[in-house]
Design a protein around this ligand. Structure first.
Ligand code: ADP
Length: 242
């Protein structure tokens, strides 16, 4: 049944943008549109194509994660540079509409598969931007508590009602289909994050309230965390946590 549902969902997700593209192509072929109208059609078709591309990429990512027979690697990934690089990317996506903050309380490394760790945090950050209205704030924190690594992405966005929380990581589950589509969502981001978390022995926690924003946290077990040698004793927190 799950397999059938999945295939039905994927087909639907592809058909929707494909229908739009087909419509625009038909208009362009059959109507003698003025140049600006033609351009508008092409731009809309381009947006739908980009959505389909993201969908296929996310499906391939999920398939790769699911077919992996080995647990995640144990390559050290320095957390602060990773978060800085991701924040630079996501700042560009926000285009100045949001304020960003990074708080690294315990410099150190995660032991994992670098590309997967990048992808998991990127998905959380992209969602924070997409579900936070202009003028909102997005804060990323990393700390180590009792050996456990805690990475959190907090936003001051639209929030999520409690009844949806248990289902968010299901493939194609969305609270608001329209908003997800408008902002280029595939409905697969959190399913990918959950898979990556599992492969690293980590847990994904979500705290949220409608209108008050959301916090998505990844908790990594001590076996996946190393503290930077200088951090253990001397170095004070870079910025106090809120
Ligand atoms: P999508 O591509 O639709 O964003 P995801 O799997 O990334 O798919 O997320 C599933 C759903 O969870 C989203 O459609 C949205 O309703 C909700 N969601 C995810 N992140 C946030 C967030 N930071 N704030 C509010 N809602 C969120």
């Amino acid at each position: 049944q799950m397999r059938r549902d999945f295939i039905a969902n994927v087909s639907h997700e592809i058909r929707t943008p494909l229908t739009v593209v087909a419509g625009f192509v038909e208009s362009l072929l059959e109507m003698d549109l003025p140049a600006d109208e033609r351009r508008r059609c092409l731009e809309m078709a381009q947006r739908q194509t980009a959505t389909m591309q993201r969908l296929v990429e996310d499906l391939l990512t999920l398939a790769t994660l699911e077919s992996a027979s080995q647990p995640a690697a144990t390559t050290p990934v320095q957390v602060e540079p990773l978060l800085q690089a991701l924040l630079a990317d996501v700042r560009a996506l926000s285009g100045g509409r949001h304020a960003f903050a990074l708080r690294v309380e315990s410099p150190g490394a995660l032991l994992g598969t670098p590309g997967e760790l990048d992808s998991a945090v990127r998905n959380l950050l992209t969602n924070a931007v997409r579900y936070t209205p202009d003028g909102g704030a997005i804060t990323v924190t990393w700390k180590v508590v009792d050996g456990e690594g805690r990475l959190a992405v907090r936003d001051t966005g639209i929030g999520i009602a409690a009844e949806h929380l248990p289902r968010l990581t299901e493939r194609f589950y969305r609270v608001d289909r329209g908003r997800s589509r408008e902002t280029g969502g595939t409905g697969l981001g959190l399913a990918i994050v959950k898979h990556i978390a599992q492969r690293h022995g980590a847990r994904l926690d979500v705290e949220s309230r409608i209108g008050a924003g959301s916090t998505f946290s990844l908790r990594f077990p001590p076996s996946r965390v190393t503290l930077a040698p200088a951090a253990e004793a001397a170095r004070p927190a870079q910025e106090s946590a809120a």
